[in-house]
Design a protein around this ligand. Structure first.
Ligand code: FES
Length: 86
């Protein structure tokens, strides 16, 4: 795999319980549907010490707090389809 992009999803217990357990399969599904699976590496992190801002997600170095299902698809669409054009 030659990933050009990274997504780090917090899998600490707070972020996991507050939504990241549902967001992870949504991210994977988005990448497969868009043919981006091999270009994006998804990594799970432990608690990042920012539980109050969770669920937390980092896309190519930019941190996104309070991510929910509705926001996630907009983030992915904006970043990978509009911004980077991959
Ligand atoms: S569990 Fe995600 S920041 Fe603590």
């Amino acid at each position: 795999m030659n990933a050009r992009h990274t997504i780090i999803i917090c899998m600490g217990s707070s972020c996991f319980a507050r939504g990241n357990r549902r967001l992870l399969p949504m991210i994977e599904e988005f990448l497969v549907e868009r043919g981006l699976k091999d270009l994006v590496e998804i990594t799970g992190s432990r608690c990042e010490g920012r539980c109050a801002d969770g669920p937390n997600l980092v896309i190519d170095g930019t941190r996104y707090p309070h991510v929910d299902e509705g926001m996630l698809l907009d983030l992915l669409e904006n970043h990978f389809v509009r911004e980077t054009g991959v």
